[in-house]
Design a protein around this ligand. Structure first.
Ligand SMILES: Nc1ncnc2c1ncn2[C@@H]1O[C@H](COP(=O)(O)OP(=O)(O)OP(=O)(O)O)[C@@H](O)[C@H]1O
Length: 477
């Protein structure tokens, strides 16, 4: 996963504000949790704490300001961003005075909200707040993958279970590296000890050493308390170092020493600390290339590269797309307590043929979008977000549809499919009909002329292909 260092909790009784913030923050690779009421958030704070809290000034259960003072008293290091109505300057002032990190006047700009959260997060790090990242529970156990390349990954996890060996995971962003790292931990003798994830690319360079190794009180300006680093937190368990290729040279040197000696010093410390930590590292980069270019230490590379697991891009395991999509649609529906959406076969086929540069994470995001935005229970191609339909244009720039169709036929035959026309024709007709009706704003007579069919044929096809629900603007002509 992981740029997802930041855990952000949002409390607002306005569902749409919660939704907008949540999606935007997730898009920025942060983990979010939302609450409708302040008391639910206070309850949750007893179990664990986020890096940043965003709260409306008026919320059921208490006021934003009471909540703020409760947090300031009990969890002083968590920055709180208060959302206020524009007119409500008084409360903005009061929220500052009561210790809010910042306030966000409504209506707010999403980018501004995100940069505010990022600033608050860095600020909280400077206040030496220690937080562990735990992936969301729903993503921990289930790894979906029928494709041969994924089966290979499962075999590796199986072979490595009960072992403590160092693993290097390679794969593009969003392919599931953290999920695999977590599975390796879960199936290891260390499963009861912590799994700590840390993304090198997300940590400012000068905070990296103290993030990894902790620091003593007074080690540098602002180090007002002793702070444990991730190595200490992960003692007995697993430390997942994501985007290891981005690790600065001096930290690489230090890490190498720790791996060789099994001990380290906190920043500003003089007593060696012994730990027993299993390292799982991951990168999307070609790490051998970085070694060649002198950007990554060769000796460290060999230490990490004991076992290598390669996670394929989503475009290299297209057969898994329908089951992944189904899984994400069900998961999102469960989270939102709504009925899961169902993809029509043509939609599945369409999704299977997209380029997916953002890999599984992108598919997951699209499924969330569909769950919230698609109007009916059945999801037609037309219901997909523009983001994805424009991707097709990108693909078709390089490969025309005939070539893609040919690839599909070849793949299907290889998979042993039969009766190919019965599968392809309805998809072909659905795309033709939906696109044309979109163009004519739902006017069937005009669409049938454009398609070169009689009006009755079009009506019959729409019925046969069960497209009625997807045609939203349906005039009576
Ligand atoms: N095979 C899979 N089955 C189910 N869910 C998956 C699978 N692969 C990835 N996911 C989900 O997709 C999302 C992205 O996966 P993950 O964060 O593990 O990718 P990553 O490779 O670590 O990404 P990055 O390099 O950007 O940090 C997560 O929510 C994860 O749970």
């Amino acid at each position: 996963m992981t740029n997802r260092l930041e855990h952000v909790w949002i409390v607002d009784d306005d569902k749409s504000i919660r939704w907008v913030l949540e999606k935007a923050l997730q898009q920025a690779q942060m983990q979010t949790k939302t609450f409708e009421r302040a008391d639910a958030l206070l309850q949750a704070l007893q179990d664990n704490q986020p890096d940043v809290i965003i709260s409306d000034i008026r919320i059921p259960g208490t006021t934003g300001l009471d909540l703020l003072s409760h947090i300031k008293n009990n969890f002083p290091k968590i920055p709180v961003i208060i959302i206020t109505a524009h007119s409500d300057l008084d409360s903005a002032v009061t929220s500052y005075q009561s210790g809010a990190f910042e306030y966000l006047p409504k209506p707010f700009d999403i980018d501004e909200a995100i940069s505010l959260v990022k600033r608050a997060y860095i600020h909280s790090q400077e206040l030496n707040q220690t937080q562990t990242t735990t992936p969301p529970p729903s993503s921990v156990s289930e790894i979906i993958g029928e494709a041969p390349a994924m089966q290979e990954v499962f075999r590796a996890i199986g072979r490595l279970s009960q072992s403590n060996i160092t693993v290097l995971i390679n794969g593009a962003s969003g392919t599931g590296k953290e999920l695999v790292a977590h599975a390796l931990h879960k199936h290891s003798p260390r499963s009861r000890a912590p799994f700590i994830a840390l993304n090198m690319a997300a940590i400012p360079k000068d905070l990296m050493e103290s993030e990894l190794f902790g620091h003593e009180k007074g080690a540098f300006t602002g180090a007002t308390t002793l702070r444990q680093g991730r190595f200490e937190q992960a003692n007995g368990g697993t430390l997942f170092l994501d985007e290891i290729g981005d690790m600065p040279a001096d930290t690489q040197t230090r890490l190498l020493r720790v791996l060789a000696d099994g001990e380290f010093y906190r920043v500003g410390g003089h007593t060696p600390i012994k730990v027993d930590v299993r390292i799982i590292a991951a990168t999307h980069q070609n790490i051998e290339q970085r070694v060649k270019e002198g950007l990554f230490r060769e000796d460290l590379f060999h230490r990490l590269n004991v076992i290598r697991i390669q996670i394929p891009k989503l475009s290299e395991r297209r057969e898994d797309i329908p089951s992944l999509a189904k899984h994400f649609l069900q998961q999102t529906a469960k989270d939102l307590a709504v009925e899961p959406k169902l993809l029509k076969p043509a939609t599945e086929e369409y999704l299977k043929n997209l380029p997916w540069p953002g890999n599984v994470r992108q598919l997951e995001n699209i499924c969330r979008w569909i769950t919230v935005m698609a109007s009916g229970r059945d999801v037609h191609i037309d219901d997909l977000p523009h983001e994805i339909t424009s991707q097709t244009t990108e693909t078709t720039k390089s490969t025309n549809w005939q070539t893609q169709l040919k690839t599909w036929v070849e793949q299907s035959l290889e998979e042993g499919k039969t009766n190919l026309l019965a599968e392809a024709l309805p998809i072909f007709e659905t795309i033709m009909i939906e696109a044309t009706l979109k163009h004519t704003a739902g006017r069937r007579r005009e669409a049938s002329e454009l398609l070169g069919w009689g009006r009755n044929t079009l009506t019959r096809k729409i019925k046969e292909l069960d497209l009625e629900k997807s045609i939203k603007i349906d005039t009576l002509d």
